[in-house]
Ligand binder design. Structure first.
Ligand SMILES: [Zn+2]
Length: 412
């Protein structure tokens, strides 16, 4: 089979999708179930229909575009990613896996390939945690890692529940039916930009993910006592932000002292109340994100953060309350799919790098119900989640070619 990627068409589709945004180009902002997200979904479904795919959507808006195979009794070969984007994002995160996936199907169609297993392009709902505070909403529900009961109660910052928001967006089915039976997918493959600098640094055009790191996150509330910045003397203060400062450094140390470079911890949000120059901070909210490729080590870092919080609370007489938002296990990619991707790279004489995905993706949750693998393509300077995110046309083309070849091998 002669496989060719229509690179210009794929690139122009990436550009077209980027223009469906709540922000001025080149900034992409597409938060789940906002008008731009709904418009992007409609645009995407139209492209899938043009390719002759059968499109269905589940109750939370996960979209499945199927190229029906010749044998309906065998499980489906899945692939895909997401098209939602955090505020002030770029064009490629998630999108490369979705539009590259569509182009991979078209390349196989042009090559005259007939799949035995149906091939399904999946566009996940809300990979980004922007609106409901939890990442990979769609895939968590497909894998039943997030139950329909827990899912429908999630709320956005305006207090609207997921159930209300998704119904208003036109997804009115029963959330109970979102979860997929295990065995539904024979394999699931996600192509994604690396979001880190390793491939570019080593000048390798493809990464094959062997393991996806385990993420966990906490919301921390620190309550002290406020007061006038001039009138309250230092020894009378219970300053919530000073306690937060100690805790933030303890969190950094928990990761630094874990004994492995794979442990990372980040405080990305620090909200100070009341937030006035002449007012002692009364209350601080922190977000804590901890990840590791090793679950036991990640959990041990979490325990040292909790211990530090207890001792800081005691020493500084503040109240520290932490709520666990998620603590997911890492996932191993399936050796058989890794092998299939490697063979396709060799066939096209492409160098590849086996690597760990330190960011998590929908594949982390798909791994609970299907054998998964991920294909990374380089992105300039490792930049992602910013408007100057960039992947080269050549790398996108190579990744799409390998994806198409892999899908063909898996669906024969
Ligand atoms: Zn992504």
């Amino acid at each position: 089979m002669n496989l060719t990627i229509e690179r210009d068409r794929l690139l122009s589709e990436i550009e077209a999708l980027a223009l469906i945004s709540e922000a001025e180009p080149p900034v992409v902002t597409r938060v789940v179930f906002t008008p731009s997200d709904l418009k992007a979904r409609a645009w995407m479904k139209a492209r899938c229909a043009e390719a002759g795919l059968t499109v269905r959507e589940d109750a939370v808006g996960n979209t499945f575009a199927r190229w029906t195979g010749s044998d309906l009794s065998v499980p489906v070969v899945g692939m895909g990613s997401h098209i939602d984007a955090i505020p002030n994002a770029g064009k490629y995160d998630g999108v490369v896996g979705v539009l590259g996936g569509l182009e991979a199907i078209r390349a196989l169609q042009r090559g005259g390939f007939q799949p035995r297993h149906s091939i399904e392009l999946l566009v996940f709902t809300a990979e980004e945690p922007t609106r409901f505070g939890i990442g990979c909403l769609g895939s968590r529900m497909l894998a039943n890692t997030l139950s329909s009961d827990a899912g429908q109660k999630l709320t956005d910052k305006d207090g609207a529940t997921l159930d209300e928001v998704r119904r208003e967006a036109g997804f009115r089915g029963n959330l109970e039916q979102v979860k997929l039976p295990s065995g539904y997918y024979k394999a699931f493959v996600e192509m994604h930009i690396e979001q880190g600098p390793l491939l570019e640094r080593q000048q390798i055009s493809l990464g094959i993910v062997t393991r996806i790191a385990a993420p966990a996150s906490l919301a921390v509330l620190i309550e002290g006592s406020g007061g006038h910045a001039g009138a309250v003397l230092m020894h009378d203060r219970i300053d919530a932000l000073c306690a937060a400062a100690e805790l933030i450094l303890a969190i950094e140390n928990a990761a630094r002292n874990s004994g492995a470079i794979d442990t990372v911890a980040t405080v990305g949000i620090c909200d100070v109340f009341p937030g006035a120059i002449n007012s002692i901070p009364l209350r601080v909210r922190l977000s804590v994100d901890v990840r590791d490729t090793d679950l036991a080590r990640r959990d041990s870092a979490m325990r040292s953060i909790e211990a530090a919080a207890r001792s800081i609370a005691e020493k500084r007489r503040v109240l520290i309350q932490s709520t666990l938002l998620n603590a997911d296990a890492p996932a191993d990619c399936a050796p058989a799919i890794i092998d299939t991707i490697s063979q396709s790279c060799r066939k096209h004489e492409l160098n590849f790098l086996p690597m760990v995905s330190r960011a998590y993706h929908d594949s982390l949750f798909m791994a609970r119900i299907a054998p998964v693998a991920m294909l990374f393509i380089p992105c300039r300077n490792g930049y992602s989640h910013r408007p100057d995110e960039y992947a080269s046309p050549e790398d996108i083309e190579r990744g799409t070619l390998v994806l198409a070849e892999t899908l063909a091998a898996l669906s024969r």
